[in-house]
Design a protein around this ligand. Structure first.
Ligand SMILES: Nc1ncnc2c1ncn2[C@@H]1O[C@H](COP(=O)(O)OP(=O)(O)OP(=O)(O)O)[C@@H](O)[C@H]1O
Ligand SMILES: C[C@H](N)[C@H](N)CCCCCC(=O)O
Ligand SMILES: [Mg+2]
Length: 208
């Protein structure tokens, strides 16, 4: 089973919540290779909570950086430099969900972007996108960048309130599949997330 990379059109679009839903639904392991902003709590603990993961289904972060800024700068503040060439997905028998930091053109150091790492891996990518105003531009730009580097794309997963024309327009211009839409959940709990994920996505789309 191939690992799946979860990326997004921006930071804060809902990658972690989507990744938690996907990890739970697939019975997968979860890996956040580069975490910046540990001072604010990391994505791994949030996924563990939302997906109800035991420790053996969490792969430790390769880079744990304290400051909530871009990874290249967070690393500099901590006095280290990320070596993207050394980042390899952990070997896993079963499915693995990998979450990137921020969007695709986020620098890992002063020479390498997140998308360069994904291109080297060549793993299938899910692009998480907002539903509202501005998402057509951000999503189509991200898909162009992925296509330009020949990164395989499973599809777009929207997070937010329904906006059928935005989804249809993105699908029409890009030719990329819309995998579904996770609504805003209140409360956001393991139970509401599992139910909404099952209702919003076809798990077969992610069984690779
Ligand atoms: N479907 C949802 N329902 C309710 N709240 C959500 C949902 N999706 C995301 N959120 C909330 O929005 C905020 C940003 O989401 P999230 O942390 O998943 O973004 P991200 O894309 O992973 O950001 P980062 O780039 O920092 O990793 C969080 O407070 C999260 O709980
Ligand atoms: C700190 C934050 N939650 C993410 N981990 C990092 C987001 C980096 C975004 C950089 C940028 O696009 O300007
Ligand atoms: Mg996240």
């Amino acid at each position: 089973m191939s690992p799946i990379v979860v990326t997004g059109t921006d930071t804060g679009v809902g990658k972690t919540v989507f990744a938690a839903g996907l990890t739970a639904a697939l019975g997968a392991r979860y890996w956040k290779p580069v975490q910046s902003g540990l001072d604010e709590g990391g994505d791994t603990s949030e996924v563990a909570r939302l997906a109800g993961l035991p420790p053996e289904r969490i792969a430790p972060e390769a880079w744990r950086l304290r400051t909530p800024v871009s990874p290249h700068l967070a690393a500099e503040i901590d006095g280290v430099e990320i070596d993207p060439e050394a980042l390899e997905p952990p070997v896993s028998d079963g499915p693995l969900v990998i979450e990137g930091a921020g969007g695709l053109l986020v620098p890992l150091n002063r020479r390498t972007l997140t998308i360069d790492l994904f291109a080297r891996w060549g793993l299938p990518v899910v692009l998480v996108a907002r539903t509202g105003l501005g998402t057509i531009n951000h999503t189509l730009l991200s898909l162009e960048a992925l296509a330009g580097r020949r990164v395989p794309v499973l599809g777009v997963a929207f997070v937010g309130e329904a906006n059928d024309d935005n989804a249809a327009t993105i699908a029409a211009f890009s030719g990329v599949k819309v995998l579904g839409r996770l609504p805003r959940l209140d409360p956001l709990t393991p139970e509401t997330l599992a139910a909404a994920f099952a209702a919003s996505f076809h798990i077969a789309d992610f069984r690779l």
